[in-house]
Design a protein around this ligand. Structure first.
Ligand code: NAD
Length: 358
Protein backbone atom coordinates (compact mmCIF):
# COMPACT_ATOMS: atom_id res chain seq x y z
CA UNK A 1 0.00 0.00 0.00
CA UNK A 2 1.36 3.43 -0.87
CA UNK A 3 2.03 5.75 1.99
CA UNK A 4 1.29 9.43 1.42
CA UNK A 5 3.47 12.09 2.95
CA UNK A 6 2.65 15.81 2.88
CA UNK A 7 5.86 17.83 2.78
CA UNK A 8 5.60 21.36 4.20
CA UNK A 9 9.01 23.05 4.14
CA UNK A 10 7.79 26.37 5.58
CA UNK A 11 9.93 29.46 6.09
CA UNK A 12 13.50 30.57 6.88
CA UNK A 13 15.84 27.57 6.93
CA UNK A 14 12.81 25.28 6.39
CA UNK A 15 13.38 24.72 2.64
CA UNK A 16 17.15 24.17 3.12
CA UNK A 17 16.83 21.50 5.82
CA UNK A 18 13.83 19.86 4.14
CA UNK A 19 15.79 19.49 0.89
CA UNK A 20 18.38 17.38 2.75
CA UNK A 21 15.74 15.32 4.57
CA UNK A 22 14.05 14.57 1.24
CA UNK A 23 17.39 13.62 -0.33
CA UNK A 24 17.91 11.03 2.43
CA UNK A 25 14.33 9.77 2.25
CA UNK A 26 14.41 9.42 -1.53
CA UNK A 27 17.56 7.31 -1.41
CA UNK A 28 16.06 5.06 1.28
CA UNK A 29 12.72 4.90 -0.51
CA UNK A 30 14.30 3.43 -3.62
CA UNK A 31 16.93 1.29 -1.82
CA UNK A 32 14.34 -0.37 0.45
CA UNK A 33 11.28 -0.10 -1.79
CA UNK A 34 9.30 1.69 0.91
CA UNK A 35 6.49 2.82 -1.45
CA UNK A 36 6.42 6.35 -0.08
CA UNK A 37 4.73 9.10 -2.10
CA UNK A 38 5.28 12.80 -1.54
CA UNK A 39 3.33 15.97 -2.19
CA UNK A 40 4.56 19.45 -1.37
CA UNK A 41 2.41 22.14 0.24
CA UNK A 42 2.71 25.59 1.76
CA UNK A 43 2.36 26.58 5.41
CA UNK A 44 3.22 29.59 7.56
CA UNK A 45 4.60 32.75 6.00
CA UNK A 46 5.12 31.10 2.61
CA UNK A 47 1.42 30.14 2.53
CA UNK A 48 0.38 33.62 3.63
CA UNK A 49 2.38 35.18 0.79
CA UNK A 50 0.76 32.90 -1.78
CA UNK A 51 -2.81 32.51 -0.46
CA UNK A 52 -3.28 35.16 2.26
CA UNK A 53 -3.55 32.52 5.00
CA UNK A 54 -0.90 30.61 7.02
CA UNK A 55 -2.99 27.41 6.73
CA UNK A 56 -4.91 27.65 3.44
CA UNK A 57 -7.60 25.23 2.27
CA UNK A 58 -5.19 23.59 -0.21
CA UNK A 59 -2.90 22.66 2.70
CA UNK A 60 -5.83 21.52 4.89
CA UNK A 61 -6.95 19.15 2.10
CA UNK A 62 -3.39 17.92 1.59
CA UNK A 63 -2.72 17.11 5.27
CA UNK A 64 -6.10 15.44 5.72
CA UNK A 65 -5.41 13.12 2.80
CA UNK A 66 -1.85 12.30 3.95
CA UNK A 67 -0.74 9.50 6.31
CA UNK A 68 2.05 11.66 7.71
CA UNK A 69 3.23 15.25 7.53
CA UNK A 70 6.85 16.36 7.40
CA UNK A 71 7.34 19.96 8.45
CA UNK A 72 10.40 22.25 8.33
CA UNK A 73 9.73 25.37 10.38
CA UNK A 74 7.60 28.50 10.17
CA UNK A 75 7.97 32.17 11.02
CA UNK A 76 10.14 35.19 10.37
CA UNK A 77 10.45 38.95 10.78
CA UNK A 78 8.55 39.65 7.55
CA UNK A 79 5.28 38.40 9.07
CA UNK A 80 5.66 39.60 12.67
CA UNK A 81 3.47 42.69 12.23
CA UNK A 82 0.49 40.72 10.85
CA UNK A 83 -2.59 40.33 13.04
CA UNK A 84 -2.29 37.22 15.24
CA UNK A 85 -4.74 35.09 13.22
CA UNK A 86 -2.59 35.49 10.09
CA UNK A 87 0.83 34.88 11.63
CA UNK A 88 2.83 31.85 10.47
CA UNK A 89 2.67 30.14 13.90
CA UNK A 90 -1.14 30.04 13.57
CA UNK A 91 -0.64 27.68 10.64
CA UNK A 92 1.01 25.17 12.97
CA UNK A 93 -1.71 25.46 15.61
CA UNK A 94 -4.33 25.00 12.88
CA UNK A 95 -2.59 21.87 11.67
CA UNK A 96 -2.39 20.39 15.19
CA UNK A 97 -6.07 20.99 15.94
CA UNK A 98 -7.32 19.95 12.47
CA UNK A 99 -5.62 16.57 12.83
CA UNK A 100 -6.27 16.27 16.58
CA UNK A 101 -2.60 15.65 17.33
CA UNK A 102 -2.81 15.07 21.08
CA UNK A 103 0.37 13.08 21.69
CA UNK A 104 3.62 15.03 21.47
CA UNK A 105 6.82 13.00 21.36
CA UNK A 106 9.99 14.85 22.28
CA UNK A 107 13.14 12.72 22.34
CA UNK A 108 16.30 14.02 23.98
CA UNK A 109 19.21 12.22 22.37
CA UNK A 110 22.84 13.07 22.95
CA UNK A 111 25.27 11.40 20.61
CA UNK A 112 28.45 10.56 22.56
CA UNK A 113 30.45 12.45 19.90
CA UNK A 114 28.73 15.69 21.03
CA UNK A 115 28.75 15.10 24.80
CA UNK A 116 30.90 18.18 25.39
CA UNK A 117 28.12 20.44 24.04
CA UNK A 118 25.97 19.73 27.10
CA UNK A 119 25.96 21.99 30.13
CA UNK A 120 26.14 18.82 32.28
CA UNK A 121 29.23 16.68 32.81
CA UNK A 122 29.84 14.49 29.76
CA UNK A 123 29.58 11.21 31.73
CA UNK A 124 26.09 12.15 32.97
CA UNK A 125 24.68 12.75 29.50
CA UNK A 126 26.84 10.93 26.97
CA UNK A 127 24.62 8.46 25.10
CA UNK A 128 21.42 9.92 26.62
CA UNK A 129 18.32 8.71 24.78
CA UNK A 130 15.02 9.48 26.45
CA UNK A 131 11.54 10.25 25.15
CA UNK A 132 9.04 12.64 26.71
CA UNK A 133 5.41 12.00 25.72
CA UNK A 134 3.46 15.19 26.41
CA UNK A 135 -0.34 15.49 26.28
CA UNK A 136 -0.84 18.35 23.82
CA UNK A 137 -4.51 19.26 23.53
CA UNK A 138 -5.87 19.27 27.12
CA UNK A 139 -5.02 20.27 30.67
CA UNK A 140 -4.66 23.76 32.10
CA UNK A 141 -3.77 25.34 28.72
CA UNK A 142 -7.29 24.65 27.46
CA UNK A 143 -9.41 24.21 30.65
CA UNK A 144 -12.44 26.40 31.27
CA UNK A 145 -13.21 28.65 33.05
CA UNK A 146 -10.22 30.89 32.56
CA UNK A 147 -9.57 34.61 32.51
CA UNK A 148 -8.85 37.67 34.61
CA UNK A 149 -11.73 38.81 36.84
CA UNK A 150 -12.38 41.73 39.10
CA UNK A 151 -12.88 40.83 42.76
CA UNK A 152 -15.27 42.65 45.10
CA UNK A 153 -12.34 44.37 46.82
CA UNK A 154 -11.35 45.91 43.47
CA UNK A 155 -8.33 43.66 42.98
CA UNK A 156 -7.93 41.69 39.72
CA UNK A 157 -7.50 37.92 39.85
CA UNK A 158 -6.10 35.65 37.14
CA UNK A 159 -7.45 32.08 37.01
CA UNK A 160 -7.14 28.89 34.97
CA UNK A 161 -8.54 25.40 35.32
CA UNK A 162 -6.52 22.18 35.29
CA UNK A 163 -8.78 19.46 33.88
CA UNK A 164 -8.27 15.98 32.49
CA UNK A 165 -11.12 13.61 31.74
CA UNK A 166 -10.61 9.85 32.04
CA UNK A 167 -10.80 9.43 28.26
CA UNK A 168 -8.11 12.07 27.69
CA UNK A 169 -5.80 10.35 30.17
CA UNK A 170 -6.49 6.91 28.68
CA UNK A 171 -5.75 8.17 25.17
CA UNK A 172 -2.34 9.62 26.04
CA UNK A 173 -1.64 6.64 28.31
CA UNK A 174 -2.20 4.12 25.51
CA UNK A 175 -0.02 6.20 23.20
CA UNK A 176 2.83 6.29 25.77
CA UNK A 177 2.64 2.58 26.63
CA UNK A 178 2.82 1.70 22.92
CA UNK A 179 5.88 3.93 22.48
CA UNK A 180 7.49 2.31 25.54
CA UNK A 181 6.89 -1.08 23.89
CA UNK A 182 8.79 0.12 20.80
CA UNK A 183 11.71 1.21 23.01
CA UNK A 184 13.05 -0.27 26.27
CA UNK A 185 9.68 -1.05 27.93
CA UNK A 186 10.16 1.40 30.81
CA UNK A 187 7.55 4.13 31.37
CA UNK A 188 7.62 6.83 34.06
CA UNK A 189 4.39 8.77 34.57
CA UNK A 190 5.00 12.26 35.98
CA UNK A 191 2.30 14.00 38.04
CA UNK A 192 1.66 16.03 41.17
CA UNK A 193 -0.81 13.58 42.67
CA UNK A 194 0.04 14.64 46.22
CA UNK A 195 -1.42 18.11 45.63
CA UNK A 196 -3.62 18.15 42.49
CA UNK A 197 -6.75 15.94 42.23
CA UNK A 198 -6.57 16.24 38.46
CA UNK A 199 -3.28 14.36 38.48
CA UNK A 200 -4.45 11.96 41.22
CA UNK A 201 -6.88 10.68 38.60
CA UNK A 202 -4.04 10.71 36.05
CA UNK A 203 -1.99 8.36 38.30
CA UNK A 204 -4.98 6.06 38.89
CA UNK A 205 -5.71 5.66 35.16
CA UNK A 206 -2.05 5.14 34.22
CA UNK A 207 -1.84 2.37 36.83
CA UNK A 208 -5.03 0.78 35.49
CA UNK A 209 -3.71 0.84 31.88
CA UNK A 210 -0.61 -1.10 32.86
CA UNK A 211 -2.67 -4.34 32.79
CA UNK A 212 -2.91 -4.04 28.97
CA UNK A 213 0.86 -3.67 28.67
CA UNK A 214 2.24 -6.19 31.18
CA UNK A 215 5.63 -6.14 29.42
CA UNK A 216 6.09 -2.44 30.30
CA UNK A 217 7.51 -1.51 33.70
CA UNK A 218 5.50 1.51 34.95
CA UNK A 219 6.73 3.91 37.63
CA UNK A 220 5.38 7.23 38.96
CA UNK A 221 7.23 10.38 39.94
CA UNK A 222 6.18 13.80 41.23
CA UNK A 223 7.04 16.57 38.79
CA UNK A 224 9.37 18.43 41.17
CA UNK A 225 11.41 15.27 41.69
CA UNK A 226 11.35 14.56 37.91
CA UNK A 227 12.80 18.03 37.21
CA UNK A 228 15.56 17.32 39.74
CA UNK A 229 16.27 13.82 38.42
CA UNK A 230 16.44 15.09 34.82
CA UNK A 231 19.44 17.24 35.64
CA UNK A 232 20.92 14.87 38.26
CA UNK A 233 20.82 11.52 36.42
CA UNK A 234 18.86 11.80 33.16
CA UNK A 235 19.92 8.39 31.87
CA UNK A 236 17.66 6.66 34.44
CA UNK A 237 14.68 7.52 32.19
CA UNK A 238 13.53 5.87 28.99
CA UNK A 239 9.96 7.09 28.30
CA UNK A 240 8.24 9.78 30.40
CA UNK A 241 4.51 10.50 30.01
CA UNK A 242 3.05 13.68 31.43
CA UNK A 243 0.47 16.45 31.13
CA UNK A 244 0.52 19.42 28.79
CA UNK A 245 1.90 21.88 31.36
CA UNK A 246 4.52 19.61 32.96
CA UNK A 247 5.55 18.26 29.54
CA UNK A 248 6.07 21.75 28.15
CA UNK A 249 8.60 22.54 30.85
CA UNK A 250 10.30 19.15 31.23
CA UNK A 251 10.76 18.62 27.48
CA UNK A 252 12.54 21.96 27.05
CA UNK A 253 14.79 21.20 30.01
CA UNK A 254 15.55 17.75 28.56
CA UNK A 255 16.26 19.25 25.12
CA UNK A 256 18.81 21.60 26.64
CA UNK A 257 20.66 18.66 28.25
CA UNK A 258 21.76 17.80 24.75
CA UNK A 259 23.26 21.21 24.01
CA UNK A 260 22.07 21.64 20.43
CA UNK A 261 18.58 22.26 19.14
CA UNK A 262 19.78 21.54 15.61
CA UNK A 263 19.88 17.83 16.51
CA UNK A 264 16.43 17.19 18.00
CA UNK A 265 13.36 15.84 16.16
CA UNK A 266 9.77 15.66 17.41
CA UNK A 267 6.46 14.10 16.52
CA UNK A 268 2.80 14.80 17.24
CA UNK A 269 0.41 11.89 16.79
CA UNK A 270 -3.34 11.32 16.76
CA UNK A 271 -5.28 8.22 17.78
CA UNK A 272 -4.78 6.42 14.47
CA UNK A 273 -1.02 6.92 14.50
CA UNK A 274 -1.15 9.64 11.85
CA UNK A 275 1.51 12.16 12.73
CA UNK A 276 3.28 15.40 12.06
CA UNK A 277 7.06 15.24 12.26
CA UNK A 278 9.26 18.31 12.69
CA UNK A 279 12.53 19.53 14.20
CA UNK A 280 12.08 21.21 17.59
CA UNK A 281 13.86 24.35 16.43
CA UNK A 282 12.31 27.30 14.61
CA UNK A 283 12.99 28.88 11.23
CA UNK A 284 16.32 30.43 12.37
CA UNK A 285 15.99 33.63 10.29
CA UNK A 286 19.48 34.72 11.42
CA UNK A 287 21.12 31.97 9.33
CA UNK A 288 18.48 31.40 6.62
CA UNK A 289 19.86 31.35 3.07
CA UNK A 290 23.47 30.92 4.23
CA UNK A 291 23.59 27.16 3.66
CA UNK A 292 24.90 26.50 7.18
CA UNK A 293 21.80 25.19 9.03
CA UNK A 294 22.04 21.76 10.64
CA UNK A 295 19.66 19.39 8.82
CA UNK A 296 20.02 16.53 11.36
CA UNK A 297 16.90 17.37 13.46
CA UNK A 298 14.79 17.19 10.30
CA UNK A 299 16.50 14.02 9.08
CA UNK A 300 15.89 12.39 12.48
CA UNK A 301 12.24 13.52 12.23
CA UNK A 302 12.07 11.40 9.07
CA UNK A 303 13.36 8.43 11.09
CA UNK A 304 10.64 9.03 13.71
CA UNK A 305 8.01 9.14 10.97
CA UNK A 306 9.17 5.81 9.55
CA UNK A 307 9.10 4.22 13.03
CA UNK A 308 5.91 5.66 14.54
CA UNK A 309 3.50 6.15 11.63
CA UNK A 310 4.72 3.51 9.17
CA UNK A 311 6.19 0.89 11.55
CA UNK A 312 9.35 0.76 9.43
CA UNK A 313 11.82 0.40 12.31
CA UNK A 314 14.60 -1.03 10.16
CA UNK A 315 14.53 1.97 7.82
CA UNK A 316 14.45 4.32 10.84
CA UNK A 317 17.49 2.59 12.35
CA UNK A 318 19.39 2.94 9.08
CA UNK A 319 18.93 6.72 9.18
CA UNK A 320 19.97 6.90 12.84
CA UNK A 321 23.05 4.81 12.11
CA UNK A 322 23.90 7.01 9.11
CA UNK A 323 23.76 10.13 11.31
CA UNK A 324 26.07 8.40 13.76
CA UNK A 325 28.50 7.56 10.95
CA UNK A 326 28.54 11.16 9.68
CA UNK A 327 29.40 12.32 13.21
CA UNK A 328 32.05 9.60 13.52
CA UNK A 329 33.54 10.95 10.29
CA UNK A 330 33.93 14.24 12.25
CA UNK A 331 31.49 16.12 9.99
CA UNK A 332 29.93 19.07 11.86
CA UNK A 333 27.72 21.97 10.82
CA UNK A 334 28.74 25.23 12.51
CA UNK A 335 26.24 24.94 15.40
CA UNK A 336 27.89 21.71 16.62
CA UNK A 337 31.43 22.47 15.45
CA UNK A 338 34.39 22.13 17.80
CA UNK A 339 38.11 22.35 17.18
CA UNK A 340 39.66 19.56 15.14
CA UNK A 341 36.37 18.66 13.42
CA UNK A 342 35.48 19.17 9.75
CA UNK A 343 33.08 22.08 9.25
CA UNK A 344 30.44 21.28 6.62
CA UNK A 345 27.50 23.04 4.98
CA UNK A 346 23.85 21.94 5.16
CA UNK A 347 24.17 20.16 1.80
CA UNK A 348 27.47 18.50 2.74
CA UNK A 349 25.94 17.15 5.96
CA UNK A 350 23.06 15.71 3.92
CA UNK A 351 25.59 14.08 1.57
CA UNK A 352 27.60 12.66 4.50
CA UNK A 353 24.45 11.07 5.94
CA UNK A 354 23.53 9.57 2.58
CA UNK A 355 27.07 8.14 2.37
CA UNK A 356 26.43 6.56 5.79
CA UNK A 357 23.30 4.79 4.55
CA UNK A 358 25.38 2.29 2.60
P1 NAD B 1 15.00 29.25 16.41
O1 NAD B 1 14.90 27.86 16.91
O2 NAD B 1 14.57 29.49 15.03
O3 NAD B 1 16.51 29.76 16.56
C1 NAD B 1 17.20 29.86 17.81
C2 NAD B 1 18.73 29.84 17.56
O4 NAD B 1 19.12 28.53 17.18
C3 NAD B 1 19.17 30.76 16.41
O5 NAD B 1 20.41 31.32 16.73
C4 NAD B 1 19.31 29.83 15.22
O6 NAD B 1 20.25 30.25 14.27
C5 NAD B 1 19.73 28.52 15.89
N1 NAD B 1 19.24 27.36 15.14
C6 NAD B 1 17.95 26.89 15.10
N2 NAD B 1 17.86 25.84 14.30
C7 NAD B 1 19.10 25.60 13.82
C8 NAD B 1 19.66 24.63 12.94
N3 NAD B 1 18.91 23.68 12.37
N4 NAD B 1 20.98 24.70 12.66
C9 NAD B 1 21.76 25.64 13.21
N5 NAD B 1 21.30 26.58 14.07
C10 NAD B 1 19.98 26.56 14.36
O7 NAD B 1 14.17 30.15 17.44
P2 NAD B 1 13.82 31.71 17.39
O8 NAD B 1 14.98 32.48 16.87
O9 NAD B 1 13.29 32.02 18.72
O10 NAD B 1 12.62 31.85 16.36
C11 NAD B 1 12.77 32.18 14.97
C12 NAD B 1 11.43 32.04 14.28
O11 NAD B 1 11.01 30.67 14.32
C13 NAD B 1 10.30 32.83 14.94
O12 NAD B 1 9.51 33.39 13.92
C14 NAD B 1 9.54 31.80 15.74
O13 NAD B 1 8.20 32.14 15.91
C15 NAD B 1 9.67 30.58 14.85
N6 NAD B 1 9.55 29.28 15.54
C16 NAD B 1 8.95 28.29 14.81
C17 NAD B 1 8.86 27.02 15.36
C18 NAD B 1 8.26 25.95 14.50
O14 NAD B 1 8.12 26.11 13.30
N7 NAD B 1 7.90 24.82 15.07
C19 NAD B 1 9.38 26.75 16.63
C20 NAD B 1 10.04 27.78 17.32
C21 NAD B 1 10.12 29.05 16.76
Amino acid sequence: MTKKIAVLAGDGIGPEIMAEAMKVLNVLNSQMNLELEFENGLIGGAAYDEYGSPFPQQTIDLVKAADAILLGAVGGKKWESLEIALRPEKGLLGLRSTLNLFSNLRPAILYPQLANASSLKAELVSGLDLMIVRELTGGIYFGQPRGIRLLENGERQGFNTAVYSESEIRRIGHSAFKIAQKRNKKLCSVDKANVLECTELWREIMTELNQYYPDVELSHMYVDNAAMQLVRAPKQFDVIVTSNLFGDILSDAAAMLTGSIGMLPSASLNETGKGMYEPIHGSAPDIAGKGIANPIATILSVAMMLRYTFNLSEAAERIELAVNRALNANKRTSDIYSEGMIKVSTVEMGDAIIAGLN
